[in-house]
Write a protein that binds this ligand. Sequence first.
Ligand code: SF4
Length: 332
Amino acid sequence: MNVNKRFNLDKGFIDKEISSDIDIIAEIKKMKKEKNAIILGHYYQTSDVQDISDILGDSLALSQEAKKTDADLIIFAGVHFMAETAKILSPEKKVIIPDLNAGCSLAESCPEDDFKKFKDKYPNHTVISYVNTTAAIKTMTDICCTSTNALHIVNYLPEDEKIIFAPDQNLGNYIKRITGRNMVIYPGACHVHEEFSVEKILELKEENPDAKVIAHPECEKPVLLVADHVGSTSSLLKFTKEDDSQKYIVATESGILHQMKKENPEKNFIVAPPKDSTCGCNDCEFMKLISLKKIYNSLKYEAPEVKLDKETIEKAYKPIDRMLQISNELGL
Ligand code: SF4
């Protein structure tokens, strides 16, 4: 993936130095007020970025919450497709992502041309795309889904419906296994969630027999099969709050541990190890590109802005809206 090329990055701006006399946090708070801005922080951000965020959450929930506010400016501390979704839901607001390098290996694993060819091979199929896609893929989608509602959306469709599921093959195959539905799965994946080692998780489990394994459905099948609970980032967070256990082995991006520890200070959380212990790849390097310094600069200069043309916004909104209608109908 080369996100730099795609977004024509101005690296000089991002790395603009800030005087050491400046209290960055105080200045960010001041500028937010002056500019009627809000900061959206994804659970995979670093702890300091999470702590300065006005709204913290999963990707779609953040954009939905931002839409409800009267903010003029959204600073999205997350990755690019998430900021695009915020723009699709709130076209009248200015949306900024503090570092244009913050892409996503999953969204990038499903380029527009490849997906069009894939889709053409399966006519008369309903396209369900995970929200972790670019706006361009959303314009080719019938219904979006999240890792929380994917199962419900698939089950909502008539039993004989032919379905294309994109772009995450692990989530898609997980849903296909549970529902037994007629689904073809686009072969995309998240490099972070595919890196967890089931062998090392089982070793950890042996050392910590009282620990429960919790995993995001973007993980590979062997990891999902040994998990006590599989769910979206929010679902994992909720599970650790409501469950009686005191210890968890967590197979998702390690940023979520900040909230898990904050909400359950008496419990223990162990990061599930990656296959290659030297790579540190249970951290999403794209998420971790966002920093307080970049938030300060992007708020000050109101750039880099996420821009989408009107037609793309209108087309990409439809599958999101359809998902929300179905979710409402199902009382999700
Ligand atoms: S953790 Fe994976 S799916 Fe999430 S933003 Fe990073 S690369 Fe994309």
